[in-house]
Design a protein around this ligand. Structure first.
Ligand code: IZC
Ligand code: ZN
Length: 414
């Protein structure tokens, strides 16, 4: 049977299909093909292999794309973003340069709380338009699926507004959006000193979010001075009962046993982990939680990087994401995050690709549909303007994308 579209003459095709089942804990156990082709039909991967493609794969209507020996990999997955928000926080950059910390700015009513104010003031249409500009940039960087959190409302009405923006965006542009409810992102001003009442309030928001089918995941900022481990357990357990899958911002700034809680609750992923303890790493490993590492945030806040090599040695699976948000990581550029991972996390090129493809999919519970180039999966691919994978990680801060294919359609080409 013939295909709709066939990409041939691919120099290096990293399919991200997991191989070597004996060494399941490896971060390098993904398939790499040379001189390869990929055939697509009805938006899905139809056939692939090394060498010449079979002539039965093409007919007069098949679109043929010569990859000119370039690198092709699965569409990138950015599995942790705070995409939908009003305003920006460039003022904080210069407060930080004068010595103010992220937490001090938040405690003075800035930080997340200033974005909450701007997000409340914005209309749904304004939020859609602003986020669309970011999504266009992400697509150009090769991203075909993202996760997008609420958490700049902290009240039911604005949280729903943010999540409805996710729904609109999912329909109106090519990138698939996985929605996460993060009502417990900060303590709003009016609840200062009444944290327990706020926790109850967030738990009361959950049934309506679920009934409206507005989010697949529930996340919380488990951090010293924000939400404690006990409060995080309370919210996440209530969410799990209602059928939400779980994520947790854990041990970002201080080690408070957030990763241990992720292990206990078997969350799908655990985010940040810059200050994770050894016990926390073991808890992640024993429960198969994906460690979603956000090195752009370490870079931007000038903080420690997460101990990724140690986690890999312990057998933890790593995903890499931007954490795109207006405060601690204002960039849509996942390629830059991959370059930071090569420079500062000492990850190998193949480990980095695994982290932004199949492991990104796992951290969204979507590994059956996306994250690798395998027959039957969604035809989401990115072709780089490079014949070597290493070059993409070495030449930093620019965009290496040549073509993006989403659901079998060419959605970006330069
Ligand atoms: O707006 O500062 N860490 N949440 C937890 C963030 C960073 C986003 C922000
Ligand atoms: Zn985050």
């Amino acid at each position: 049977m013939a295909s709709d579209l066939l990409v041939y003459n691919i120099g290096v095709l990293i399919t991200s299909k997991e191989i070597d089942i004996i060494n399941k804990t490896s971060m390098e156990n993904i398939e790499v093909l040379n001189n390869a082709y990929v055939a697509i039909k009805n938006g899905h991967i139809f056939s692939l292999g090394e060498g010449d493609y079979d002539s039965s794969l093409i007919e007069s209507n098949t679109i043929l794309i010569d990859a000119e020996k370039n690198v092709v990999i699965p569409g990138l997955i950015d599995s942790h973003t705070h995409l939908v928000h009003g305003g920006s926080r460039e003022n904080e950059m210069f407060l930080k340069a004068k010595g103010a910390t992220y937490m001090e700015i938040l405690n003075a009513g800035g930080g997340i709380l200033s974005t909450v104010k701007a997000t409340k003031e914005a209309t749904k249409e304004e939020l859609v338009e602003k986020a669309k500009i970011s999504l266009k940039k992400m697509l150009a960087f090769g991203v075909t699926t993202i996760e997008s959190k609420s958490g700049y409302g902290l009240d039911l009405e604005t949280e729903i507004k943010q999540l409805e923006v996710n729904q609109i965006l999912d329909k109106e542009q090519p990138i698939d959006i996985v929605s996460t409810f993060m009502g417990a992102h900060a303590i709003p001003k009016e609840y200062k000193g009444k944290e327990e009442a706020f926790i109850k309030n967030v738990i009361q928001m959950l049934p309506e979010i679920k009934a409206k089918n507005l989010a697949e995941f529930c996340d919380i900022f488990c951090e010293h001075g924000i939400f404690s481990v006990d409060q995080s357990r309370e919210v996440l357990k209530a969410a799990k009962k209602l059928g939400f899958k779980l994520k947790i911002h854990a041990d970002e700034i201080e080690s408070i046993r957030g990763a241990e809680l992720a292990g206990e609750l078997e969350t799908t992923s655990s985010e940040h982990l810059m200050a994770v303890s050894d016990e926390g790493i073991i808890a992640l490993k024993n429960s198969e939680v994906i460690a979603n590492i956000l090195p752009g945030t370490s870079f931007y806040l000038k903080k420690e990087y997460a101990p990724v090599r140690k986690m890999i040695d312990y057998g933890v699976q790593i995903a890499l994401s931007t954490d795109y948000n207006p405060g601690s990581c204002p960039t849509e550029n996942l390629q830059l995050i991959m370059q930071i991972a090569a420079l500062y996390l000492n990850m190998s090129p193949i480990e980095i690709i695994k982290a932004v493809t199949i492991n990104g999919a796992k951290s969204l519970n979507k590994e059956k549909q996306i994250g690798s180039i395998e027959i039957g999966k969604k035809a989401d691919l990115v072709m780089f303007n490079s014949k070597s994978l290493e070059y993409i990680l070495y030449h930093f801060g620019i965009n290496h994308t040549k073509m993006v294919i989403k659901n079998g359609e060419i959605v970006y080409y330069i």
